[in-house]
Ligand binder design. Structure first.
Ligand SMILES: NC(=O)c1ccc[n+]([C@@H]2O[C@H](COP(=O)([O-])OP(=O)(O)OC[C@H]3O[C@@H](n4cnc5c(N)ncnc54)[C@H](O)[C@@H]3O)[C@@H](O)[C@H]2O)c1
Length: 312
């Protein structure tokens, strides 16, 4: 296959590119990335001679069109997004640009190339939050986003589903729970805890740290995406989860234990406005197709702490 990986110099996209090039050496991989603060092109150094890298914006439809035509692209895997909830609360404009107008631009290009698959990497946050005891969300559940980030991702998903029906373009959507691992931008929760602890604290924790997230190690997410790419069906939504929910405070304490740092470094700060309490997704469809996480939370956290400069 010839793949266009958009946002491939960010956290999850870079892991996807590294693994895909290693596993499918005959495939052509083109990476398009705007190189925002969240990107680091050096993540792709190990494969830089085996891919084509182009700096640019997914909202630039003439650029995307030229890449699809020059490289005869079979599938676009779209990781490109503005992703940090706190930034979206301060200024939603970049989120609307990339996560909505950027998606429409990809749709417009695919209308002229209806055989090209448009595979959107979405998020559990589009469903809004769950209370304790609520059942995990499935692809059929309604969307009820809480933050400008989540609302922009939900809008992107809806535009894609509408385009599949109206224009008949080939679309797949995956929605995943929280990822963790190397390459994640410093401002996200786990890198913040590790870096703050290594710097001697304090470690900011929203409210009492009781909000729950379901953490999936990033390479397990990439494996799920490969399965959807290889065996998925057009027009379908796939939900991906680790089924390993943890309170934020428990994750922070695990990191402190690995770094042998005291819990007195934890500093409780005013909660994020609209902070979602809990996310949970039903991944039984993917599991019935043969996917399951390979990396336990504990193993993944050790690898992550080590990558950010902490000792095991
Ligand atoms: N990180 C998670 O926990 C998580 C969980 C579920 C879903 N997701 C989804 O996965 C995708 C990737 O997330 P991530 O954590 O790797 O994000 P990230 O913020 O680390 O990386 C995003 C990448 O997109 C690029 N980018 C941003 N705007 C662009 C534009 N207009 N054109 C081209 N490139 C652009 C950035 O430069 C960066 O390389 C996102 O769509 C996100 O919603 C993330």
């Amino acid at each position: 296959m010839n793949l266009l990986v958009t946002g491939g110099a960010g956290f999850i996209g870079s892991h996807f590119v590294l693994r895909h090039v290693a596993q499918y050496s005959n495939d052509r991989v083109v990476v398009l990335d705007k190189l925002t603060y969240a990107a680091d092109l050096s993540f792709l150094d190990p494969v830089k001679d085996r891919i084509r890298f182009v700096q640019g914006d997914i909202a630039d439809s003439s650029l995307v069109k030229s890449l699809i035509e020059e490289d005869r692209i079979d599938a676009i895997i779209n990781f490109a997004a503005e992703t940090h909830v706190d930034r979206s609360i301060s200024d939603a404009a970049p989120f609307l640009h990339t996560n909505i107008l950027g998606i429409q631009s990809l749709i417009d290009v695919c209308r002229a190339h209806p055989k090209t698959l448009l595979f959107q990497i979405s998020t559990d946050e589009v469903y809004g939050d769950l209370r304790d005891g609520d059942r995990p969300k499935t692809p059929d559940d309604p969307l009820l986003p809480s933050s400008p980030y989540a609302a922009s991702k939900a809008a992107g998903d809806l535009l894609l589903l509408a385009a599949a029906r109206t224009y008949g373009i080939c679309v797949r959507i995956s929605r995943c729970t929280n990822n963790f691992g190397p390459h994640q931008a410093d401002e996200k929760f786990i890198p913040t805890v590790i870096r703050s602890a290594l710097a001697g604290g304090p470690i900011p924790i929203y409210a009492q740290g009781k909000n729950k997230r379901d953490w999936l190690y990033v390479t397990d997410h990439c494996d799920a995406l490969e399965m959807i790419l290889a065996k998925g069906e057009d027009g379908r939504i796939y939900t991906v989860s680790a089924d390993a929910e943890r309170e934020n405070i428990a994750v922070a304490k695990d990191i402190l234990r690995l770094l042998q740092k005291p819990e007195s470094m934890l500093a409780f700060v005013t909660d994020r406005p609209g902070h979602d309490w809990r996310y949970a997704l039903d991944s039984s469809l993917l599991r019935s197709m043969g996917w399951k996480p390979q990396v336990t939370f504990e193993e993944g956290l050790e690898r992550t702490v080590e990558w950010y400069g902490g000792k095991k």
